[in-house]
Structures are given as C-alpha cells and as structure tokens.
Design a protein around this ligand. Sequence first.
Ligand SMILES: N[C@@H](CCC(=O)N[C@@H](CS)C(=O)NCC(=O)O)C(=O)O
Length: 234
Amino acid sequence: MEPVLFYGIPHGCSFGSIVALEWLGKPYRLVRIDMLAKEKDARYIEVSPLGQTPALVLEDGRPLTESLAILLNIAGRDLGSGLGFAQGTPELDRLNSMLSYLHTTFHSAFAPAWTAYKLAEDDPDREMLRALARDQAAKCYARLQDMLEGRGWLAGDRKTVADAYFIGIARWGEDLGLFDLASEYPGLHEHIRKLEADPGVVFAHAIEDGRPATSSGGFLGHVTPEELEVRAAA
Ligand SMILES: N[C@@H](CCC(=O)N[C@@H](CS)C(=O)NCC(=O)O)C(=O)O
C-alpha cells in the first residue's frame, strides 16, 4: 500500500505532514485520530507507541514516528519537488536548523497552553500556564518574523517542508486565544496569509474539519487502522 499518515484532530501538528504530502503530489492515504478520545485504538498504539500524531506507515509496513523524520522522508521522495535538499548542502543545513527550531522551541512553547486547554475552566493553574505559553511563543513569533525579513520562505527560495510544518503550529496562537497575529506580528502574518491561500493548506483544513476536500496531490482516501498491515518497528 502507498504511505498512510495518521493525523490528529483537533488541530494537531500532523497538519504540516498532510500539507507536505499534498505538495509532494504522490499517492497517499490518511487515518483520522481523535486526540481527545479517552481510549486509544490498539492498532494506533502499535504504529505510534506514545499515542501521538503524526505517524506514517511506509510502503513496506514499517511505522515512522516524529514529525521531523516524517517531513524529511516526504521531502526525500522527490528532491526535484524542492520540498527538501540533498545531503551535504548548505540548503539542507538551513532546513534542518529551521525544522529543529520549529519543533524544539516553537512547538514546545505552546505545551503549557495545551495543558491548560485540558483543565477545568476554574482550575487555579490555568492562567499561569497560558501566560507562560504566551511568553514563550511571543519570543518565537518575533524571531520567526525577523528570520523571514527579506525572504519569501522559511528555508530556501521555494516552499519547503519547513513552511508546511510551520503553518500547522503558527495557528495555535490564535486557536488558543493567546495572540492577535495580524496586529502583533504583521510581517509574519503576511507569510501565514500566503500559506493559508495555498491549495495544499486549504485541503488540509478541509480534511481536519471533515469537509469535502479536493486534493491537488495524490490523496486516495481514508483507511481504518484495521485495514493496514503494520510491521513491528526495527
Ligand atoms: N515529538 C512528536 C510530538 C507530536 C505531538 O506532540 N503530537 C501531539 C499533537 S500536536 C499529539 O499527538 N498529542 C496527543 C497526545 O499526546 O495524547 C513529533 O514531533 O511528532
């Protein structure tokens, strides 16, 4: 079977992997995971032992977890797509550096606010956690805005998997009610606006929202975890 991506709702960071698959344009399928469900499907845990999305089941049935590994796997499937770069090039160094920053600093900045999201409205820790997330994420938005100054894309002179990953995370500031990005970071908001108009991003939103979605890439439909042949991880 073609690669199968497990993506999480609501608003998981797996959004970026859906966008990257659309940009690649090669056949793939999706499995939808409700991240707020109390019980985790046993087949899902077989693919993703930590119970996190994204996870990609490869053509030979091997599961691949972790966004960066998945995004680089997708980019490496066709370097001519411009989504990634060849080993040993300065362009790949910049892409890897950007992806690492987006994951270890930007994604992590929101963790306290996601913890707060799962707490009761009157929980005494809620506002402290949200303030911490806002403080951390503000530094990231400012740094990303600076890094984009005079550049069209986050890494390289074309859109790459870094832009795909970025757009799945950048929305969290407004999703969580922490920022008004248009007024606070107008330069960065311009990049977000450009990406939001991209057909791959429009497609990924429709998929997450459960609306009819028109693929300009290779989307072949959803499958259930039961329909997959999963090999044990090496
Ligand atoms: N290090 C993992 C983190 C993935 C991650 O944080 N996924 C979240 C959604 S953004 C998730 O699946 N959360 C559900 C849970 O932890 O129960 C990666 O980069 O792929």
